[in-house]
Ligand binder design. Structure first.
Ligand SMILES: *Cc1c(COP(=O)(O)O)cnc(C)c1O
Length: 386
């Protein structure tokens, strides 16, 4: 790596830091392939497919790619799924330099296997990497890792008649260097694991109750709210406990500055449906994670004859809108649960019932139809993996 000139006299060795401006590796990686000598039996897989739950069981393989500041990405390969070695001084364990993604592989009626907008996950992983001072993995290498794992473990992708089942894919990247100094890690590992999952809500879609946290916030301007990093989730857990203590399933976070504007749930974006058929979703401006489901709904809604507005929406507008009947539905959206109606909003000192209607479920159906290949994919959202 060349030394970078700062001003006229000062220089420093860029091998000491991750340079986010560095040209991305252009050569695609080649992946080695080491098969698991003891894969799960057909019977075991069938057992798991019968009751997969969410994120509990993992396939026979994973993909691993190493990075270091001197050589960039290297040692890409498919290996048996299993525990990883981590030095107790690994930076990720101390300073949480970690990011992840979440996407699904869907089996279509003809047996083929597809991913939904995986290039958007690749782009978001790269954005998250820049924010957490981690190296960027190219879209090409990201997609290659997904194809390699899903094609090797294709038997783990649930059948298309299994309802809403799919193979959940979890790519992630972490600081693996053992060093307690505070600076971007010079060693990083990318891993991709996969887990067969059933419908997020085993007993069918039912409205979830929401706790409005007044003591905790998720993201502040200039922080990491727009990056998909584990630290955001760790910071939300205390609020999740508070929600549970108040009989709620999920937390809705307000903005950190004014405590007034509705942002999102801990892991899902939020939409409101108005009486006149307009959908409203908060503008993403740095403190909200830009969901791929959220963005797809913006497109689908127009096609379903719904107007869409991206604008700030206050908690007062939400409460007053439900009271006056102007807000007829509210729902959360994300890859894992697709679309979930919100049924009850609870806060310190009050609560209200949110009405439910057909709009959320209609959009949900349209999205699932594209993902499971039951309707034409007019946007080129699906990419064939197998
Ligand atoms: C992943 C995530 C979402 C949803 O994003 P999708 O791309 O739709 O799955 C929303 N909010 C947060 C905080 C997330 O981490």
């Amino acid at each position: 790596m060349n030394a970078k000139i700062l001003g006229t006299t000062e220089t420093f060795d860029t091998s000491d830091v991750v340079d986010p401006e560095a040209a991305p590796d252009t050569e695609p990686l080649s992946f080695s392939r080491t098969l698991n000598p003891t894969p799960a039996s057909t019977e075991r897989r069938a057992q798991i497919h019968a009751q997969p739950g969410f994120g509990k069981f993992f396939t026979d393989h994973m993909v691993s790619i190493d990075w270091d500041a001197a050589t960039g990405w290297h040692d890409a390969g498919l290996i048996p799924y299993g525990p990883i070695q981590l030095d107790p001084a690994a930076a990720v364990l101390h300073y949480a330099q970690e990011i992840f993604e979440g996407l699904k592989a869907y089996r279509h009626p003809d047996g083929s296997i597809w991913a939904f907008r995986p290039e958007a996950n690749a782009a978001r992983l790269a954005r998250s990497a820049r924010r957490l001072a981690l190296p960027e993995l190219s879209e090409e290498d990201f997609l290659a890792s997904v194809k390699l794992l899903v094609s090797t473990d294709h038997e783990w992708v649930p059948s298309s008649d299994s309802g809403e089942s799919s193979l959940y894919l979890r790519p992630f990247m972490y600081a693996s260097e053992s060093f307690l100094g505070v600076r971007p890690s010079k060693q990083v590992r990318y891993l991709l694991i996969a887990s067969p999952v059933g419908p997020y809500f085993a007993s069918g879609v039912k409205p979830v109750s929401i706790w409005l946290s007044s003591s905790y916030t998720r993201a502040a301007p200039g922080g990491t709210g727009a990056a998909k990093c584990g630290g955001n989730y760790a910071a939300g857990l205390a609020a999740q406990l508070e929600a549970e203590a108040h009989g709620c399933e999920q937390v809705c976070f307000l903005d950190a500055a004014e405590h007034k504007w509705v942002e999102e749930l801990g892991g899902m974006n939020i939409y409101f449906v108005r009486k006149d058929g307009t959908l409203v979703t908060p503008t993403v401006s740095g403190t909200i994670l830009e969901g791929i489901t959220r963005s797809s709904i913006l497109t689908l809604a127009g096609e379903l004859g719904l107007k869409v507005e991206e604008r700030p929406i206050s908690i007062d507008e939400w409460r007053a809108g439900v009271a006056s009947g102007d807000i007829t539905e509210a729902f959360a959206c994300g890859t894992a649960a697709v679309i979930t109606p919100l049924g009850r909003l609870v806060w310190e000192g009050g609560e209200l019932e949110i009405p439910t209607g057909e709009v959320a479920m209609k959009i949900r159906g349209s999205l699932l139809d594209v993902q499971y290949g039951r309707t034409e994919d007019t946007h080129g959202w699906m990419q064939r993996l197998v």
